[in-house]
Design a protein around this ligand. Sequence first.
Ligand code: ZN
Ligand code: ZN
Length: 99
Amino acid sequence: MITGALILAAGIALGWLLRSLPARRKGPKPVEAKCGCGHHHSMHDPETGACNATVQVGRYNQLGDWTGYEHKPCACRRYSGPEPLPQFFAPEIAREAGE
Ligand SMILES: [Zn+2]
Ligand SMILES: [Zn+2]
């Protein structure tokens, strides 16, 4: 009878464990390699890390009136987002069911 109780307890524990884990989704969600500056990783120089993208900024005249947009080089000097390569794999946790 002890064995049966153990299996029951293990089943309850496993069910609780599975419920407490985030639900498994179909396929991993792709990590978007976006920097804090909002530009993609590919916009950043691999050697210097500087962002090569341009940012659209409003342009104003001396009176403070809106005169349109202008594009300036992004001020970002280093990519700060998630590493895009090669891919993230959630390591399969070796399940030790306590056999
Ligand atoms: Zn950046
Ligand atoms: Zn940028």
